[in-house]
Design a protein around this ligand. Structure first.
Ligand SMILES: *[C@@H]1O[C@H](CO)[C@@H](O)[C@H](O)[C@H]1NC(C)=O
Ligand SMILES: *[C@@H]1O[C@H](CO)[C@@H](O)[C@H](O)[C@H]1NC(C)=O
Ligand SMILES: *[C@@H]1O[C@H](CO)[C@@H](O)[C@H](O)[C@H]1NC(C)=O
Length: 310
């Protein structure tokens, strides 16, 4: 009992010392010795090359660059490394020409999402090889939003192609303006439901997010994340929640247009038939009959005269 308490105290004090440490980087979760090692080598003849490296787990990765060089074949050149465009400190060194080629090699501890990225070896600012270290990427994103109605449910799905290493699990996010906020379906079972299907060899793993009782506030950017030990691969889906009236709008516009058109035609008809009725047209025979015979005759006479003139 007291022994474990002491142990706990010891642990706490260790933590205390750690936080006082000027170096803010947390202690590695996996000791270097137990990290598996891997090597990626590229031989470059031209000026640049891009090598994509898919990673799933933390690894001690040695990157090897070989440049067969320019025409000058200088006995030595300067070489250095860049990460995401920034020169890596203390990576500059003189590279000797050996067997007509220059070699540059460096080991990197790739343990988390931060350490993934774009690693470049640079030879004398003349040639460079970019190693793009990333988790497996999902296929092309759908560029059209998913459209659904207020009050309905919608299912958004994501999958990792069967040819690629399958993720450990999945996580959904919703963009809230500044961040991607993780969706916790268990905490909001009435709003969200998540179903995952594990991928196996030859079968794509997938995840389905159901959003229930949609409101217009559910519109926005959703992200599905395929979770690997080393990082999360993201894919983006846009959701638009609309009311039932919205798709009717163009239809309603046409209906209104038709109604206006019909009204205009009717008005025109009426006004022109009024003119004609005063002229004692056959259509308005009743009306014409009500008029006194004399008036009628006189008007008819003048109108036929007018009509004939036309
Ligand atoms: C690099 O080569 C130059 C000649 O181009 C030579 O003078 C210099 O000593 C060499 N430096 C090293 C470190 O080998
Ligand atoms: C990798 O970084 C270099 C700069 O060091 C940049 O020119 C290149 O476009 C980047 N490649 C990718 C795929 O991001
Ligand atoms: C967005 O989500 C992040 C992460 O959960 C949270 O810290 C932040 O406060 C949220 N911002 C808004 C505007 O809700």
């Amino acid at each position: 009992m007291s022994a474990s308490f002491h142990f706990l105290l010891l642990l706490l004090s260790c933590r205390g010392i750690n936080t006082k440490d000027p170096d803010p980087t947390p202690p590695p979760l996996v000791p270097t010795t137990s990290l598996p090692s891997d090597v990626k080598s590229v031989v470059l003849k031209g000026e640049s090359h891009v090598e994509k490296v898919e990673l799933l787990k933390p690894v001690n990765l040695a990157l090897e660059c070989t440049w067969t060089g320019n025409q000058n074949k200088l006995p030595n050149i300067t070489g250095y490394w860049r990460k995401d465009g920034d020169e890596i400190e203390n990576s500059r060194l003189t590279v000797q020409l050996e067997n007509g080629q220059y070699n540059l090699k460096r080991e990197f501890r790739i343990v988390d999402e931060e350490s993934l990225g774009n690693y470049s070896c640079v030879f004398d600012s003349e040639a460079e090889i970019h190693f793009i270290l990333a988790v497996p990427q999902m296929g092309e994103e759908r560029d059209k939003p998913i459209v659904s109605y207020v009050g309905d449910s919608v299912v958004i799905a994501c999958k990792m192609e069967e040819t690629k290493p399958q993720p450990r699990t999945w996580q959904w996010y919703k963009a809230n303006g500044t961040d991607k906020e993780p969706i916790n379906a268990d905490a909001e079972p009435l709003r969200y439901e998540v179903k995952n299907e594990a991928g196996t060899a030859g079968k794509a793993g997938k995840t389905m997010l159901t959003v229930h009782k949609l409101t217009e506030a559910d519109s926005g950017s959703y992200y599905c994340g395929a979770v690997y030990d080393i990082g999360i691969s993201m894919s983006h889906v846009e959701l638009r929640v609309i009311t039932f009236l919205q798709p009717l709008k163009p239809f309603l516009a046409i209906v209104v247009e038709v109604l206006v058109l019909v009204a205009v035609i009717l008005l025109y008809e009426r006004s022109s038939s009024k003119k004609k009725s005063t002229a004692g047209d056959g259509m308005n025979a009743d009306q014409a009959n009500k008029l006194t015979q004399g008036e009628n005759n006189g008007m008819e006479g003048s109108s036929t005269m007018r009509q004939r003139k036309v």
